[in-house]
Design a binder for this molecule. Structure first.
Ligand SMILES: [Zn+2]
Length: 260
């Protein structure tokens, strides 16, 4: 077990999870200003300024995974980071949340962050060319709670059916226990599938599924990529079903001597 006398940091290897994100319902991920406003206003989706394609910021996906994983673990919301926003931060090296997701912002942690989540670009061929700018505009009526007056507003969404990829997550292994810890990443992705990405989730937006998942491992002096057909082309459910096999396979590659 990792304990207080663990001082050296050794990177044993990395697990790389790739796949595709499919939108089951329209997705709205706005600019940071937009997503902080609870009610939402006329909002454009976030786009890559170079090719104008919508994308899913790695920080949005990772943030959602983290917040759901905090809830499952009942993590203390102990640090205020501004008006009405409180987050979990701690320095316990075996914290089930911080050991994977790290500390937000400039907080120092006892252990290196395990998980990196890359930005995920939209696949332009996943949307019919008749869809202008790859998005739909959804009209919604905001109802004034006092006067019952309705005021229509616009919300730009990437339509259901669009796919984003390649999704790439990189999980670093610093101790043998980290290999099992990777299964908590899969659990967090299951939580996201039952929740939503982006804004307007309680109104139906942002349902996603993770598809065509594949695991590769890089480890050892060569740091060469290794793959196994058992962990390729999987749905999330199918990958979770073989996670014990996966842990054994990765441990054999990354910590063959038990991480000594
Ligand atoms: Zn923590």
């Amino acid at each position: 077990m990792g304990d207080a006398k663990q001082v050296k940091v050794k990177l044993y290897g990395r697990i790389i999870l790739t796949g595709t994100i499919r939108l089951r319902t329209g997705l709205h991920i706005g600019t940071s200003k937009d997503t902080l406003e609870i009610g939402g206003v006329d909002g454009p989706v976030i786009r890559n300024p170079v090719d104008r394609l919508p994308y899913i910021p790695g920080s949005s996906l990772k943030g959602k995974m983290r917040s759901l994983w905090e809830k499952v673990n009942g993590a203390d919301q102990n640090k205020s980071i501004g008006k009405d926003v409180t987050i979990h931060v701690c320095s316990k090296h075996d914290c089930p949340v911080c050991s994977i997701y790290g500390a937000p912002g400039e907080e120092a942690t006892a252990a290196p962050t395990r998980l990196i989540v890359r930005d995920v670009p939209m696949n332009p061929n996943s949307i019919p060319s008749t869809v202008a700018d790859y998005t739909e505009v959804k009209w919604e009526a905001a109802i004034d709670r006092v006067t019952s007056a309705a005021s229509p507003r616009q919300m730009e969404r990437v339509p259901a059916g669009a796919t984003f990829g390649p999704m790439e997550m990189v999980f670093s292994i610093y101790m043998k226990e980290d290999v099992k810890r990777f299964t908590h990443v899969l659990r967090a992705l299951q939580l996201v599938e039952d929740d939503f990405l982006g804004g307007q989730g309680s109104r139906g937006s942002g349902k996603v599924s993770f598809e065509n998942l594949a695991i590769t491992v890089k480890a050892g002096a060569e740091y060469a990529e290794q793959a196994d057909d058992r962990f390729k082309g999987k749905s999330l459910k199918d990958l979770v079903a073989v996670q014990d096999e996966l842990v054994k396979w990765v441990e054999g590659l990354v910590v063959p001597n038990g991480g000594a």
